[in-house]
Design a protein around this ligand. Structure first.
Ligand SMILES: C[S@@+](CC[C@H](N)C(=O)[O-])C[C@H]1O[C@@H](n2cnc3c(N)ncnc32)[C@H](O)[C@@H]1O
Length: 301
C-alpha cells in the first residue's frame, strides 16, 4: 500500500457498514436465487465472477458471508482495480476475514485460494484499467460486478466492455450506483450552491456523471442486458455516529472540498464557511447525510 492510498482505503473500510445497510435486499435476493438456478443447470461448473473497480474486495467478502454464492462449490473470482497498492490492501483484508470466517486460505501468485467445508474460491487480483483487463478476458464470465464505480466511467463504453465478456444469460450486478441526489442536514444556506456544483463536477471528462443510476436503466438494454431487478440503495447516515461513520462522513466532506474547491462559480469563502459548519456538526455529532443510489441487476439476452 502506498501512503497515498491510506485515507482512501480507510474510506472504503468505513463505507462497508454503510453499504451493508443500504444494499437493496430484493435485488440481492434475486441475484442469489438466479445463481442457485445457474448452479442447478450447470452442475460441476465453476461460477466465474469478475468484479471491476473492486477496491479491497468488500463486495466479494460480503457476498460470501451473506450466502449469495452458497449454491456454488467452486468459484473463480477476479477483482480488477487500477489503483496501485489496492491489491496488497485487499490481500490484508482477505487474510483477516478468511481467518475469522473459518476459511483456510493459501496465498497464490496473484491472490488467494480459500476453502471451507469442501467449497473452493480462487481469488485473483488484477491491477489494471478495467477496459484493458476486460479485453484480455475470454467471453466466459457468468457474473460481472460493478460496485460503486459506474459513475466514474464513460457509461456506454463501460457497459459495452462489461457486457461483452458475459456468457449468454450472464449477469451484470451494479450495486450502489450513484443517482443524482446528495443532502446534508441540518440545512445550510449554501447547500444548493455547493451541492449543485458538486454534482456538476461529476460530469468532468467522460465520466458517466451524477445521474448514472437512472441512465443505466436505459443504457443496459441498448447493449442487450435486460433489467431483471432494481431498487434504491441510499446511503443514510445520521447521529449518533460510530467511529466508521465519522471517518466516512469526513471523507465525503473531503470529496466535496476537493471537487468544489476547483469550481469558479463557487466563492472560496462560501465553501470554507460551509465546510467549517459541516465539520463542526460532524465533531458535535449533529451531521446527517443522504446520497441516493440504485442497485441494478441485468441479464444478457
Ligand atoms: C468508489 S471506489 C469503490 C470500490 C469498491 N467497489 C467498494 O465499493 O468498496 C471505485 C474504485 O474503482 C476504481 N476504478 C475507477 N475507475 C477504474 C477503471 N477505469 N479501471 C479500474 N478501476 C477503476 C478506483 O480505483 C476505486 O478503487
Amino acid at each position: 500500500m502506498t501512503r497515498h492510498d491510506d485515507p482512501f482505503v480507510r474510506y472504503l473500510r468505513s463505507k462497508e457498514a454503510v453499504d451493508d445497510r443500504a444494499l437493496h435486499r430484493p435485488t440481492l435476493a434475486d441475484l442469489g436465487d438466479r445463481l442457485e438456478e445457474h448452479a442447478e443447470s450447470n452442475p460441476g461448473e465453476p461460477l466465474r465472477v469478475v468484479s471491476v473497480g473492486a477496491g479491497t474486495g468488500a463486495m466479494c467478502r460480503r457476498l460470501l458471508s451473506w450466502g449469495v454464492f452458497d449454491a456454488h462449490d467452486d468459484i473463480k473470482y477476479v477483482m480488477v482495480d487500477r489503483r496501485k497498492g489496492m491489491a496488497d490492501q485487499a490481500a490484508k483484508e482477505f487474510a483477516k476475514w478468511s481467518h475469522a470466517a473459518g476459511w483456510a486460505a493459501v496465498p497464490t501468485k496473484d491472490g488467494f485460494r480459500i476453502e471451507r467445508h469442501g467449497r473452493r474460491v480462487s481469488l485473483t487480483y488484477v491491477t489494471s484499467d478495467l477496459f484493458d483487463a476486460m479485453s484480455a478476458l475470454p467471453k466466459a464470465i457468468d457474473l460481472v460486478i460493478a460496485h460503486a464505480v459506474f459513475d466514474l466511467l464513460p457509461l456506454r463504453r463501460a457497459v459495452d466492455s462489461l457486457v461483452s465478456r458475459l456468457v449468454a444469460g450472464g449477469y451484470l450486478y451494479a450495486p450502489i450506483t450513484f443517482d443524482g441526489r446528495t443532502a446534508f442536514g441540518p440545512p445550510h444556506d449554501a447547500d444548493d450552491d455547493i451541492l449543485d456544483a458538486y454534482h456538476e463536477t461529476m460530469r468532468d471528462g467522460d465520466s458517466a456523471g451524477p445521474d448514472t443510476g437512472s441512465a443505466l436503466l436505459s443504457v443496459l438494454p441498448e447493449f442487450g442486458a435486460d433489467i431483471v431487478s432494481a431498487g434504491g440503495s441510499d446511503w443514510v447516515v445520521h447521529p449518533e455516529h460510530d467511529d466508521h461513520e465519522r471517518i466516512f462522513l469526513d471523507r465525503i466532506l473531503g470529496f466535496v472540498e476537493q471537487s468544489v474547491g476547483d469550481v469558479d462559480s463557487v466563492d472560496d469563502d462560501e465553501l470554507k464557511r460551509w465546510l467549517a459548519t459541516r465539520h463542526r456538526q460532524l465533531e458535535f455529532g449533529e451531521l446527517s447525510y443522504i446520497a441516493h443510489n440504485i442497485d441494478i441487476l441485468s441479464q444478457l439476452d
